[in-house]
Write a protein that binds this ligand. Structure first.
Ligand SMILES: C[S@@+](CC[C@H](N)C(=O)[O-])C[C@H]1O[C@@H](n2cnc3c(N)ncnc32)[C@H](O)[C@@H]1O
Length: 234
């Protein structure tokens, strides 16, 4: 537990011994402790053993459709892990999907699952806090990543990346544990939100335009209460 707490700080603080990696969108800085934590998790469990696993990411897909964006929209799934949202987006005809995660183990699981279809996706291994997106995106999707940012400076870095990544008028879907959800996940503390508190956290650069509640059933049979909020970048 002590070790996991220390890792949580590592995710947040981007320590000086951060490692640098070359990936297909350039050179990105990844805090070794953050990557190690998530790598260990993806190395130890199958995709469908993780508490956040969804066979069908229905709520995310419903909100993506609600954006009204066309299938040529540039979409990034932040901290996608091995999520099947990328499969669902490809199935729905979206052609410009980027999948970003700090753990390459997660990416490898998703790529293996997709097989030849993986080549239709842009894969980025990076820490969202320091990622430098290239051209702007139309849609930012994050399920269960921002809520791990428990320190103001990490929330600020995340917001700064989101502002850099999204074009004005672009949209963001952010899913976190709600105030009725768990206080920890994957051995790490989380910050819980309601749509209004998330909107206030993101600041005036983003306008809340919709929200959905989800009772997520984990593979172990526990119910976790999520809120999904949709924002427009003003
Ligand atoms: C709880 S999982 C959610 C995975 C996926 N979004 C889903 O709903 O199935 C959190 C994910 O965020 C990734 N992650 C954590 N901190 C990150 C960071 N600073 N930058 C990028 N990804 C991060 C982890 O590797 C992990 O895959």
């Amino acid at each position: 537990m002590v070790e996991l707490q220390a890792i949580a700080v590592g995710v947040a603080s981007r320590p000086r011994n951060a490692m640098t990696e070359k990936r297909n969108t350039g050179t990105v800085e990844i805090p070794s402790s953050s990557r190690d934590h998530w790598q260990r998790i993806y190395g130890a469990k199958d995709e469908d053993e993780m508490s956040w696993f969804q066979a069908h990411p229905r709520t995310s897909l419903k909100l993506v459709v609600a954006t009204g964006l066309g299938t040529d929209a540039r979409i990034v799934d932040i901290g996608a892990g091995a999520s099947r949202l990328v499969d669902a987006l490809l199935d729905a005809g979206f052609r410009n999907v980027t999948v970003l995660d700090v753990a390459e183990g997660a990416r490898d699981k998703a790529k293996r699952r997709l097989g030849p279809r993986a080549s239709a996706v842009t894969w980025v291994t990076a820490d969202v806090a320091s990622w430098e997106p290239g051209s702007p995106f139309d849609l930012w999707h994050d399920r269960a990543v921002f809520h791990f940012m428990t320190r103001p400076e990490d929330q600020e870095s995340y917001r700064a990346t989101m502002l850099r990544a999204l074009r004005p008028g672009g949209q963001a879907i952010i899913a976190t544990f709600s105030m009725a959800g768990p206080e920890r996940c994957s051995g790490l503390p989380v910050r819980r939100y309601e749509p209004e508190s998330l909107a206030s956290e993101l600041g005036t650069g983003f306008r809340l335009v919709g929200c959905v509640r989800e009772q997520h059933l984990t593979p172990a049979g526990r119910v976790q209460d999520f809120q999904y909020s949709r924002f427009v970048r003003v």
